[in-house]
Design a protein around this ligand. Structure first.
Ligand SMILES: C[S@@+](CC[C@H](N)C(=O)[O-])C[C@H]1O[C@@H](n2cnc3c(N)ncnc32)[C@H](O)[C@@H]1O
Length: 382
């Protein structure tokens, strides 16, 4: 099988977690980039990455890198590529453009130029051109410009990989699936201790934890655009999917999903059913501020409401009460709190042992870890 470069996009802060995930797929040499990682692989690995990686957003296969000093040069270089290897006039395509450049400032415009170059090549050669479909194209092309360096890649994923296919219903402020999985992997949870999401909303953390615990591939319930590629190897893909099904394990541990709000909890349960993990999660309507721990240890992940999206009367008091409840009622646990309300996190009133900068979509967040010791041991409180 031919080797080629594979670039995987992820969210800011999750690059090292993604590199660790790749190790489990047998990739030892990974270059960590900004919101991406890169390595050498083959078609089999490309398919596996789409199916298995929990913290990947898109799996790209770079085709060509060139320098361009202006839009005309960009247009001409794109037009030089033999697009008939990938497309016919009857196909549809879409371009995603990202740019970090003084020359090419508008990513929408560079995507438009690229689209024109491809369409013009077909019109000149065949008198017909493939049409654009931004929602469900046959071929998705990614153009990335850094300064004058332009890289064109084939996007093998299609829809972003955080679209696992299980979440049709969303609460007001859902956490992105890729971010949720990344946080769970960061906590080091291995299924032997309790996993607790006391403010579960649409259930993302609990569902991702259950998928992880059973080694269920996150891409199990969806399709990928590489299945429409001209070189698609259906037999190889079938083999990879079968192997993945055989790796699924039973899980006997505890995953607790709680929320004050009944409709959110119903939504979380429905999402878990769609993901095929509802039987692994213990759902209950409960006020965290009145809750008790079930066991002596566990991993707690809390994504509390925050000012920007949800109305909370007094954020300061609320975050303070979360800290007090953790300290007095969850000794022996590790608590991880993620919030885009960064100032509010200090109202928790406990000393974090770790702080991580992350993004939920475009919202900057902080993830703070609190180690809640028992008895008189230092830490966990101020
Ligand atoms: C930001 S949302 C969580 C979103 C969730 N991570 C998801 O992916 O959908 C915060 C949730 O906290 C819940 N909540 C607020 N106060 C609570 C409390 N005292 N106890 C339990 N849940 C609470 C809200 O009902 C809301 O669903």
């Amino acid at each position: 099988m031919n080797n080629f470069t594979i670039t995987i996009k992820t969210q800011f802060g999750l690059e090292p977690v993604l590199a660790e995930e790749l190790k489990a797929l047998g990739v030892s040499e990974v270059e960590i980039l900004n919101r991406a990682v890169q390595f050498t692989g083959n078609q089999e690995l490309l398919y596996k990455c789409n199916l298995h990686l929990r913290t990947a957003l898109r799996v790209l296969k770079p085709m060509v890198t060139f320098q361009a000093n202006n839009e005309r040069q960009l247009y001409e270089r794109v037009r030089d590529i033999r697009w008939s290897e990938f497309l016919t006039p009857g196909h549809t395509f879409a371009i995603d453009g990202t740019s970090n450049s003084e020359i090419f400032k508008h990513s929408k415009f560079i995507a438009l130029k690229t689209k024109d170059a491809i369409a013009d090549q077909f019109r000149d050669r065949y008198g017909k051109r493939p049409s654009v479909d931004t929602r469900d194209p046959d071929l998705r092309i990614n153009l990335h410009i850094y300064d004058r360096t332009c890289t064109l890649s084939l996007d093998s994923s299609g829809q972003h990989l955080d679209r696992r296919g299980y979440r049709l219903s969303r609460t007001e402020a859902p956490i992105n699936e890729v971010l949720a999985a990344g946080i769970i992997l960061m906590t080091g949870w291995d299924g032997s201790e309790d996993f607790i999401d006391p403010m579960c909303g649409s259930g993302t953390f609990a569902i991702e934890a259950a998928l992880l615990a059973r080694r269920m591939p996150p891409g199990r319930g969806r399709s990928f655009i590489f299945e429409k590629w001209r070189d698609f190897d259906a037999a190889l893909w079938k083999k990879i999917r079968l192997e993945a099904e055989e790796q699924i394990q039973p899980f006997e541990g505890n995953i607790f999903a709680r929320d004050l709000d009944k409709p959110s909890l119903d939504m979380a349960r429905q999402n878990a059913e769609r993901a095929g993990v509802a039987d692994l999660i213990d759902f209950k309507q409960e006020d965290f501020l009145k809750s008790e721990s079930a066991n002596n240890n566990g991993i707690i992940v809390i994504n509390p409401p925050y000012g920007e999206r949800l109305e909370v009367e007094d954020l300061k008091e609320f975050y303070g009460e979360i800290g007090t409840r953790l300290k007095h009622h969850y000794p022996g646990h590790d608590a991880w709190i993620i919030s885009s309300d960064i100032p509010a996190l200090k109202f928790v009133g406990l000393r974090p042992s770790r702080k991580v900068q992350l993004y939920n979509g475009s919202l900057e967040c902080r993830l703070h870890k609190f180690e809640l010791y028992r008895g008189s041991k230092k830490g966990g409180g101020e």
